[in-house]
Write a protein that binds this ligand. Structure first.
Ligand SMILES: Cc1cc2nc3c(=O)[nH]c(=O)nc-3n(C[C@H](O)[C@H](O)[C@H](O)COP(=O)(O)OP(=O)(O)OC[C@H]3O[C@@H](n4cnc5c(N)ncnc54)[C@H](O)[C@@H]3O)c2cc1C
Length: 376
């Protein structure tokens, strides 16, 4: 039986473990740094049909419908005057079984975690070295070492373990934006709304059927390297307050009702590492971290994990290599979304709004821009 080590029990690592559960030729172990999961956390996540299809294969459709939401539209709104510009119908990418879904990130993690046998996940893992000559050896701080045939590195954006394997420094870079996340309660409808402002945008969507909504704003902000290292800054009431007040107010959203506010700097990848290590795969944000303006990070993480298993089963890296091409395309689209959501010059805004009105109803464009990603 071949042994697979999965480093990181986040969305990508746990999904990979779930699909391995039905592969009798493999056994696996997850090494997770945290000592447990916080299944109470209230922030949201959007999942497009490309990942929903894969999740439904492992039973996601059996989640109680009260814990998920199925938005049918994305509304584009100009934040400074609260005017809706247009919307995109998301249902055109759905099929009978698979629908665009929003939910709490913790609901997704809980679902993915429930099928992992206790002995297959090692919490509080502190990996100090990985050797990959003649097999793969993981060495932990307590001096235990274990041998594996395959290694899947899924320890997120600041992956430390990939530095044990890959020589180049491929650290993600601060993309000059800060994310502000929070929870809203009330009635903001069943759809996703994107409010586009000057040098910022924010998104609101339901995370269940109980009138709970995710709020996430992406705000342009130059920060010094000292400020970026200062974790207390991002938690301070003063900083959170200043981010909140920098957003353009609308009559539809009351920022005073925001709770569980958190901020963090947005880091993104600029390059892929040289992926030529035998039997070693990177997945999720450890492979590539996108700007969050296409809501594709988790969906791509799930797809990559799926392609890694196909590559292992077929003893060929074809699927994995192809995924990398897709990731580059999603990255370009994420950057373009970000640019157009943040325009500030009134003439550019006017032109953007008119183009958006046209494109949002243009089937050929939508098929190329979204369909190619959502229907992979
Ligand atoms: C503001 C914002 C909004 C977003 N919204 C969306 C969205 O709506 N839809 C979407 O699809 N994506 C979204 N994303 C992206 C998405 O969250 C990520 O792409 C996704 O979580 C990546 O999954 P992952 O498994 O690679 O990493 P993670 O989910 O970060 O998991 C990594 C895991 O590895 C563990 N770990 C870390 N270091 C070690 C170590 N040394 N040893 C062992 N374990 C370790 C961590 O504890 C964690 O459990 C958003 C991102 C941001 C920043």
């Amino acid at each position: 039986m071949k042994k697979i080590a999965i480093i990181g029990g986040g969305i990508s690592g746990l999904y990979f473990a779930n699909i391995l559960n039905s592969e009798k030729k493999f056994e696996y172990k997850i090494f997770e740094k945290k000592n447990n999961y916080n299944f109470q956390e209230g922030y949201g996540i959007q999942l497009s049909v490309n990942s929903i299809k894969l999740l439904n294969n492992i039973g996601f459709k059996n989640l109680p419908t009260s814990e998920v939401s199925f938005p049918s539209k994305v509304n584009f709104i100009q934040a400074n005057n609260s005017k809706k510009i247009c919307d995109i119908d998301l249902t055109q990418f759905n099929d009978q079984l698979n629908q665009y879904t929003t939910l709490k990130r913790s609901t997704l993690l809980k679902f993915l975690f429930q099928n992992i046998p206790q002995e297959k996940i090692k919490f509080n893992s502190n990996i100090i070295k990985i050797e990959n000559e003649n097999g793969i050896r993981i060495i932990l701080k307590d001096n235990t070492r274990e041998e594996f045939d395959y290694l899947v590195i899924a320890d997120g954006i600041f992956s430390k373990t990939k530095l044990f394997i890959f020589d180049e420094k491929i650290n993600p870079k601060y993309n000059l934006n800060v994310a502000l996340r929070g929870k809203l309660t009330g009635n903001y409808g069943g759809d996703i709304s994107i409010y586009m402002g000057s040098n910022s945008h924010y998104v609101i969507y339901p995370i269940n059927q109980n009138n709970e909504y995710n709020f996430v704003a992406i705000i342009k902000k130059k920060l010094s390297s000292e400020e970026l290292k200062n974790y207390d800054l991002f938690k301070s009431d003063e900083f959170l307050g200043s981010l909140r007040s920098s957003l353009q107010k609308t009559s539809q959203v009351s920022f005073e009702n925001l709770s569980e506010l958190k901020s963090f700097p947005v880091y993104v990848s600029s390059n892929f590492p040289n992926l030529n290590k035998k039997n070693v795969y990177l997945s999720g944000d450890a492979l590539f971290t996108f700007p969050p303006s296409f809501a594709q990070g988790a969906s791509q993480s799930i797809e990559t994990a799926n392609d890694i298993l196909k590559s292992i089963l077929n003893n060929s890296n074809e699927y994995y290599q192809k995924r990398i091409e897709n990731i580059s395309s999603v990255n370009n689209k994420s950057k373009f979304n970000h640019f157009s959501f943040h325009l500030s010059n009134p003439i550019s805004v006017f032109i953007r709004n008119n183009i958006l009105k046209f494109l949002s109803k243009n089937k050929t464009f939508l098929e190329n821009y979204l369909g190619k990603i959502y229907r992979t």
